[in-house]
Design a protein around this ligand. Structure first.
Ligand code: ADP
Ligand code: MG
Length: 170
């Protein structure tokens, strides 16, 4: 059973399915979007983010932000911030670092380990929860806003089975 808040579920049988999901999502981003990436170490949060950033047209390396806390990409006129708060010891470090300024109408923010900045990091339009599954990974998506829902609408993901488990929120 999935949590009642889940909007859609995707089976990602292998790494390429995770990458296909990230690439498909790249086409649906809009400025101001905040996406949380949740799941254990090794669940695939960075793999998904990397595929998304590459699909946007970034050709250089995409490093995990685990040590730097944030990696910044400027692609055409879009500012994309890829955060990882795994190393935070308290959520207030988010404010101390001035990261709240990165969350604005002109940026897209991808956030790994948002729970480590709980109460300080802005709430998400879209939550992606990755779980280890018997085969590959299971991704539960929760849309919390119309913008977040638009990301999931008719999201074609080659290699992934998907199902809508609850009606779209109004
Ligand atoms: P995280 O950022 O969540 O800690 P990473 O993306 O760094 O995780 O690592 C995920 C690992 O799992 C990588 O080795 C990647 O190849 C693998 N992986 C990603 N997606 C899948 C999948 N759907 N099925 C099996 N392995 C996957
Ligand atoms: Mg990671």
């Amino acid at each position: 059973m999935h949590s009642p808040d889940v909007t859609a579920v995707f089976n990602l049988p292998d790494e390429s399915a995770t990458e296909a999901f990230g690439a498909a999502l790249a086409e649906r981003l809009s400025p101001g979007l905040v996406i949380y990436l949740e799941g254990d170490l090794g669940a695939g949060k960075t793999t998904l983010s990397r595929a998304l950033i590459r699909a946007l047209g970034h050709t250089g390396p995409v490093k995990s932000p685990t040590y730097a806390l944030v990696e910044v990409y400027v692609i055409s006129s879009l500012y994309l911030y890829h955060f990882d708060f795994y190393r935070f010891e308290s959520p207030e470090e988010f404010l101390d670092a001035g990261f709240d300024e990165y969350f604005n109408d002109a940026s897209v923010c991808l956030v790994e380990w948002p729970e480590r900045a709980q109460g300080c990091v802005p709430s998400p339009d879209l939550q992606l929860r990755l779980h280890h599954a018997r085969v590959g990974r299971l991704l539960e998506a929760v849309a919390n806003s119309p913008k977040g829902q638009a990301c999931l609408n008719a999201l074609p993901v080659p290699g992934a089975d998907s199902s809508c488990v609850t009606p779209a929120p109004r």
